[in-house]
Design a protein around this ligand. Structure first.
Ligand code: KIV
Length: 280
């Protein structure tokens, strides 16, 4: 029997409990594997743009692309909570637009929750979406959609002043009703401190071991994306290597005619073939 689908209260109740495991997925086969592994949250991250669609950053990702991939992921998940990213430009123009786009992610995409980037400045947006009945996950620290403003893909909150801002960001998102917050690329002691200051779970990525959960981009974890590997990524395997070997072997076997062999071909009765040759 499939395990019970996880809910927002299940995730909230993991504060100070068993750490929450989160991985990204962008399509049906990966979503199935991640879910079957018992990962608690499948995040359809807008990292989609970089690791799947080949964009240079996440800014180019559109609502339609996120919806398309969210639907595929949802079809592959039975137990995990599915959170999907609101892409850049879909929640910062007006509150009605933000609510409308978040609603589409649940209604058309069938996601369980949305994630948005930003702290104090985005708290009113998060609050409006939560009030519309849509669970929201916050994301602070290194926020890739606005990384240019932060001076690039850099560790955030290293000075006491910057750290104080991040604590205020986390508290504002909690106050806005977010059910959890991603903390990206911030010093471990600061992440642990933020985790102790909020009552909702924190999910770290490059934020040390003191968070309530951890998230990684699946393509980084399996060694599928080699354009850029941040320090915080642990590559658990290098799938690109056996895949490259398999592709090279396929090419060689096509060229030397050892593929397809008899086991990969269909037969027909020889008398039928003879009849055909008489006809043509
Ligand atoms: O887009 C994404 O994959 C993310 C994670 C890195 C947290 O936001």
């Amino acid at each position: 029997m499939p395990e019970k689908k996880l809910t927002i209260p299940d995730i909230r109740n993991r504060k100070n409990g068993t750490p929450i495991s989160v991985l990204t997925a962008y399509d049906y086969p990966w979503a199935r594997m991640v879910d079957a592994a018992g990962i608690d949250i499948v995040l359809v991250g807008d990292s989609l743009g970089m690791v799947v669609l080949g964009y240079p950053d996440t800014v180019s990702v559109t609502m339609e692309e996120m919806l398309h991939h969210t639907k595929a992921v949802v079809r592959g998940v039975e137990r995990a909570l599915v959170v999907t990213d609101l892409p850049f430009g879909s929640y910062n123009s007006s509150l009605p637009a933000a609510i409308n786009n978040a609603t589409r992610m649940l209604k058309e995409g069938r996601a369980d929750a949305v994630k948005l980037e930003g702290g104090v400045a985005m708290a009113p947006v998060a609050e409006a979406i939560v009030r519309a009945g849509i669970p929201v996950q916050g994301h602070i620290g290194l926020t890739p959609q606005t990384a240019t403003n932060l001076g690039g893909f850099k560790v955030q909150g290293k000075s006491a002043h910057a750290a104080q801002q991040l604590i205020e960001d986390a508290m504002a998102l909690e106050e806005a009703g977010c059910f959890s917050i991603v903390l990206e690329a911030i010093p471990a002691p600061l992440a642990a401190h933020i985790t102790s200051r909020v009552t909702i779970p924190t999910i770290g990525i490059g934020a040390g071991a003191g968070c309530d959960g951890q998230v990684l981009v699946i393509h980084d974890l399996v060694g599928f994306y080699d354009r850029f590997t941040p320090k915080f990524v642990k590559q658990y395997t290098r799938l690109s290597e056996p895949i490259a070997a398999a592709l090279a072997q396929y090419k060689a076997e096509v060229e030397n005619r050892s593929f397809p062999d008899e086991t990969h071909s269909f037969t027909m009765k020889s008398e039928e073939m003879d009849k055909l040759l008489e006809l043509y």
